[in-house]
Design a protein around this ligand. Structure first.
Ligand code: ADP
Ligand code: ZN
Length: 661
């Protein structure tokens, strides 16, 4: 007997292997096996068992990787879809759904005491308000009728979306089904995990990148056997092996981290969409700032739109003030008078503030004012960032560091200047302005591990600090009742990036960070410093008006034919010699053009151009962006996937790119 086996290789066909005597009665379709491939031993997926093969010199399977059938019909269907949509082979898709790292351990892991007697607190379950009850009812109704309905839940910050999710899950469990609960990795705090675990004691598995292999397998296995009913986790949790999936929740649906950065570079949102159909399950995309894609689909009637426009307990949204910094001299403090006054007020009242700047380090640029020399990373086309605490220059892309130069190597000038602002500089100013205030700086330099991040969270929650200063890390999901002020030092960091989503990202970020203020009866305010106080993204976030932003942005997208009106493929070539990158991208671009003409396709070919980051980690980057309808751009991209790519040159074809930098 022979097995047809797909391997995790960029090859679209299965390989044949012989099933040796000893395994003949064990091997089944849907199991994985170890097989020889060249001089290596690799993991393959058995998709068919046949009596005969026309292939010569068939090698035998070495061993079975699973004791049981682990791949279901639904997983095969999903793999098929994944391979068609995200530029990978069927075998690569299967190994994304079921990575080799998930396998029965040789020895069963000892249960840790911590796991055994995890303390369960009494469940304090708030009574849903009218809005919450109403949207929950609609979700539950679809679940009861087994309709694969997809909902876009647009609920302003602090409208109580979590309770909607939890109540919906509860009902779906009553129907005997299971639920996947997705959220961005950063929101997966111990506090949040215990809220869900306390609500559903013994039924929750947690899935994130820091799980040990043993724990990962155990959790996966429990989900497969329905010993747990809820899997809570970051994007790869979407591949949970539930056999009776009833509900998929995707919280903060708009977050860029839902895009997988390695092959297959899937957009989790699209998997949610297709999984709902495959499983006849209900899905909920939740956000205070829905992505244009999801909200557009809801407006079109493809998804069902649910809106929650009030904060729980009718608390008011914080007042947002835009402070125009164009008139302020460049040598002045970065903390404006308006923000300083607001900080003074809240410190006097013993309340707390969050100060946000999406750039770490002290200054993102160092130059010699005499000869104009600018310090750049030797491996990347970006300037080095001055870090004061370590007194060195660092590349934020590749990690290259260089001690503070002291003098200009070209003109020997010793008076070097640093320009631009990072969190360290803001920290210094905060200390100068408010020597008594206790400031915690939270960015990737201070919180290198999750533990530090969680400790910072706890310390701030316990009011051991007055001001939490930081990057994106402080913008998301924090729920501190005593925070009554949010200050945004520079709202413009993303605004004019050469990316069609820059306005959307800015609106989302400002709305999210503003939503950290005024989450209790104390009320709250937000001060946003910007050079573009009349930009529609900022005006809309000032008014807390998603619809105002959406209407403006969707018009821009329509005019430019960007998503949701088209699908994109970003084809990126990287090579250590720039000529090589250019040579290949020109060939690709030419072929895309021929392919278009031959098939009378309509897609646009933008480029070739150097990427916005034209060199990263010693590799030059050139790209072509395809814009068109889904079918055409997938066909064109597949054509390129079959290229022979010389060694040392890398080509990635990113469908639904999250950014085009
Ligand atoms: P969102 O995710 O919409 O920003 P959350 O789900 O974090 O909002 O809810 C904000 C806060 O309101 C949480 O502390 C939550 O416990 C509380 N909350 C939610 N629903 C209710 C309710 N019906 N009554 C009272 N408090 C609630
Ligand atoms: Zn670098």
């Amino acid at each position: 007997m022979f097995a047809e086996i797909y391997l995790s290789l960029p090859v679209d066909k299965p390989f044949h292997y012989e099933i040796p005597e000893g395994l003949a009665d064990k091997a089944r379709v849907g199991m994985r096996s170890e097989v020889p491939f060249g001089s290596r031993k690799v993991i393959g997926f058995i998709t068919k068992i046949v009596q005969d093969t026309s292939i010569e010199n068939v090698k035998p399977i070495l061993s079975l990787y699973d004791n049981e059938v682990v791949l279901t019909e639904k997983m095969f269907k999903l793999a098929e879809w994944l391979s068609q949509n995200y530029m990978c082979s069927y075998g690569e898709a299967l190994s994304c759904i079921l990575p080799a790292s998930i396998r029965p351990p040789k020895r069963p892991p000892k249960p840790k005491d911590k796991d055994k007697d995890k303390e369960m607190k009494a469940d304090i379950k708030p009574v849903l308000n009218v809005e919450q009850q109403d949207v929950t009812n609609q979700i539950i109704e679809s679940a009861k009728q087994n309709k694969p309905d997809i909902f876009c839940l647009h609920g302003i910050t602090s409208s109580g979306k979590t309770e909607v999710y939890l109540n919906s899950i509860e009902e779906v469990l009553k129907l005997g089904k299971s639920a996947i609960y997705l959220l961005p990795e950063i929101s997966l705090t111990p506090q949040f995990i215990s809220i869900v675990e306390n609500r559903f004691p013994g039924l929750v598995g947690v899935w994130h990148s820091r799980l040990s292999a043993g724990k990962r397998y155990l959790t996966w296995e429990k989900a497969r056997k329905a010993e747990i009913k809820i899997l809570l986790g970051a994007r790869s949790c979407i591949f949970a092996p539930f056999t009776n999936l009833g509900l998929i929740i995707m919280d903060e649906e708009h977050e860029p981290t839902y895009k997988q950065d390695q092959k297959p570079q899937y957009q989790t949102r699209e998997i949610v969409d297709v999984l709902a159909k495959i499983n006849n399950a209900v899905a909920v995309f939740g956000s205070a700032t829905p992505s244009l894609e999801v909200y557009y689909r809801a407006k079109q009637g493809q998804y069902k739109l649910l809106e929650m426009n009030e904060r729980v307990d009718k608390r008011e949204l914080p007042k947002v003030t835009l402070v125009d910094v164009t008139q302020i001299p460049s040598k002045a403090r970065v903390i404006t008078k308006e923000l300083a006054l607001a900080l003074t007020r809240i410190l006097a009242r013993r309340e707390q503030a969050i100060v946000f700047l999406n750039r770490r380090g002290f200054s993102p640029g160092v130059s010699c004012p005499k000869c104009g020399n600018v310090w750049q990373c030797p491996r990347c086309s970006v300037s080095l960032v001055y870090h004061k605490t370590s007194n060195d220059l660092r590349c934020h892309y590749c990690g290259y560091t260089h001690p503070w130069p002291g003098e200009c190597p070209t003109c020997k000038n010793k008076e070097l200047s640093v320009f631009g602002i990072g969190t360290q500089k803001v920290e210094q100013e905060l200390h100068q302005l408010f020597p008594q205030a206790r400031v915690f700086r939270l960015d990737r330099d201070t919180a290198s591990s999750h533990e530090v991040y969680h400790r910072a969270y706890q310390e701030f929650k316990n009011e051991n600090y007055d001001i939490l200063l930081g990057t994106q890390m402080v913008a998301k999901g924090f729920d501190f009742p005593r925070v009554t002020l949010v200050g945004v030092i520079d709202a413009d960091t993303a605004l004019y990036l050469p990316d069609f989503r820059s306005a959307e990202r800015t609106f989302q970020l400002i709305t999210q960070v503003a939503g950290r203020s005024g989450r209790s009866s104390l009320g709250g305010e937000v001060i946003v410093q910007t050079r573009y106080p009349n930009h529609y993204a900022l005006l809309a976030s000032k008014d807390h008006d998603y619809h105002e932003f959406y209407d403006q942005e969707i018009n821009n997208r329509r005019q430019m034919d960007y998503p949701p009106f088209s699908r994109l493929a970003n084809i990126l070539v990287r090579a250590s010699k720039e000529e090589k990158a250019i040579e290949l991208i020109n060939k690709i671009s030419g072929d895309l053009n021929d392919f278009k003409e031959k098939n009378v396709f309509k897609y646009d070919i933008l480029g070739p151009t150097p990427a916005a980051h034209s060199k990263l980690r010693r590799l030059f980057r050139w790209q072509v962006l395809l814009k068109g309808n889904s079918e055409e751009i997938l066909l064109a991209s597949k054509n390129i996937r079959n290229y022979y790519i010389p060694r040392g040159i890398f080509v990635s074809i990113d469908i639904d790119p999250q950014n085009v930098l």
